[in-house]
Write a protein that binds this ligand. Sequence first.
Ligand code: CIR
Length: 256
Amino acid sequence: FRFTHAVTRRPSASITAGLRAVDTGTPDLALMLAHHADYIAALKETGARVVELDPLDAYPDSVFVEDTALCLPDGAVIMRPGAPSRLGEAAEMAPHLKALYGEVRWITGEGSFIEGGDILTTEREILVGRSARTNAAGIDELARLVAPWGHRLREVVTPPGVLHFKTDCSLLDAETILSTPRLAASGCFRGYRVILTAEGEEACANTIRFNDLVLMPAGFPATRDRLAAEGYALREIGNSECAKLDGGMSCLSLRF
Ligand code: CIR
C-alpha cells in the first residue's frame, strides 16, 4: 500500500455509454470530472506522482484503468479484459506502462480473460477472483507470468452477481482487509484481519489504501466511522457517477 506512482485516465464524453449491470441513470460527465479531480488531488497529496492520461472516446469505460493491467514492483502485466468492448483498452495502456517500467508482460491467450478489478495484491500473495470477466485460463496465464517475480497466486471466487472481486473488498494495510460480509463468509480471507462493511453499505467495500490515506466513496457513514475508529486516515470522494457504472475507488487508478 506504499506507492510512488498512480496512472489515471480522464473520463470521456462517451462515458454515458459505459457498461452497467443495472441501469440506474446516465452518468453526469461534469460531476464525474469533478469527483475525478478530487480523487487525483488526494493521491497527489500523499506525495505520489500521478500520470493523467487523455480521455479515450472509443472506449466508454476507459476511465476504469485498473482493469487494463496489474502493476507489481518488478514489472507490469497487461490484461485481457473479458468485456468485449474493453479488450482494446489494454493495448492503449501498454505504451504508458512501458515508459514507466523496466518490464511489461502480456496476457496473450485467445481464450484467456482477466481484469485488474478481480485482483487483490497483498504483501504475501495475489488473490484472483474468478468472475464473469476473469476465467481459469486468464488466471493460469497470470500465475505463470508473475511466478518468476516471486509472486504466489491464489484463486478465489468473486460472489455471483458481483462485477469484480474487489467490488467487495480492499486492502487496508499489510494484514487488514475491508470486506462485505457476503465475501468474507466465503472464507477467502482466513489468516487476515477483516473489517466488515456496515449493513446496507456493501457498496463502499471498494476503497484504496494509498500511502497514508484510505480513499473511500462518500455516503457510507457507518463504515466510515468503523474505519476512523480503527485509526485510518480517511478521505471521502464523491462516487455517485462511477457507481452508476459499477465503478469505485480502485478502478480509477493503477498504483505502483
Ligand atoms: C465495467 O463494467 O467494466 C465498468 N463499467 C466498471 C469497471 C469497474 N472496474 C473495477 O471495478 N476495477
